[in-house]
Design a protein around this ligand. Sequence first.
Ligand code: PLP
Length: 387
Amino acid sequence: MGIPKKGEEPLSVIRSLVERRTKDPNYIKGEVLGSMITQPSEIAIEAYKIFIDTNLNDPLLFPETAKLEYEVIRMVSTLLKNPKPLGLITYGGSESNITAMYTLREMRRGSVIIAPMSIHFSIHKAAKILGLRVIEVGLDEGYRADISEIETQVRRYRDNVVAIALTAGTTELGVVDPIAEVGKIAEDFGIPIHVDAAYGGFIIPFLKMAGYKLPDFDFSIQGVETITLDPHKCGLAPIPSSLLLFRSEAIFSKIYFTASYMPTGRQKGLLGTRCGGVAAATWAILRATGIEGYIELSKKMLKNAKLLAKLASESGFELVIEPILPIVCIKLPKPKRKIFQYLWSRKLYACPSSMFNAIRVVVMPHIKEAHIHKFIDELKKAVEKVK
Ligand code: PLP
């Protein structure tokens, strides 16, 4: 199909899109159970529309849009205990992680990244792009990065280490690496830590405020130099919205590139044009939800995850671990691909685990109790029916 010769009626174009959208899974109906994305809030969508024609790449032309980006970075830096608002909005956790590895490599000129096997694949992608090597370390019994293995590799590679990359809320199980403990090693050897809190960054601080005992992962830990955190995951912002935050000017300055035709003569970040709507949407959702709103949201997600874990256990399934953050990984007595296909045929999108014969549910804000009951019923049927 080529571009139509004569333009179609706008209403009919929109009608056709509305119809086509019904063919992809729906968040509100509880069909999306394995993704870290959720239905964005209405206010964020409205804010996006107001600034949809602005460009974060051109701060001289759109100074107010640039100010919104700065204010987002300031709000979240404060949350993560950095008095200096240094950072930028990117188009996703992958871009933030790749940018972090780039800036740290520019700073240190080493050749390896030390990371646990649970690290998100975007760190491996960064290594490939930047010509670095990931030295993978194992996990402890709680599926966290193994501290002594990290120390061994740090001693081995010393000045050749660009960064130690750790996760606050792993993709697979939602566990938090021992960042404070590794921080001591990093400090002793003068090696920066990058924390990938793409998923956990919008949950952990709020659960801690609600009294849950969770490890620290933020700039209060010496050695943590850069943090990725995604408003488009648990922050209720629309795609694309990720933040990359920096502790120091020295590393932050590495995100600027010479850009000859730009009036400022330089450009921030790996991309060029970035829609100002992203900054406005993220700004709006932070302001409209507030700390109290995010505390409630995080508590609700964890409560629902615990309900799912309980129902799964009562139905005879074994969990890989008790949920720490709202991710539930349920072991299966039948092949995971087949169970996944059955659930998918029932319009339930929960992901097969990459590490275990298990199915993984990410309990996002759109998942309600009724969806959890339905999922467990269908999971039991899947196990009965699949050979
Ligand atoms: N980091 C972690 C821990 C993730 O779980 C993900 C995605 O699930 C990413 C990074 C990549 O984020 P994005 O898909 O927004 O690029």
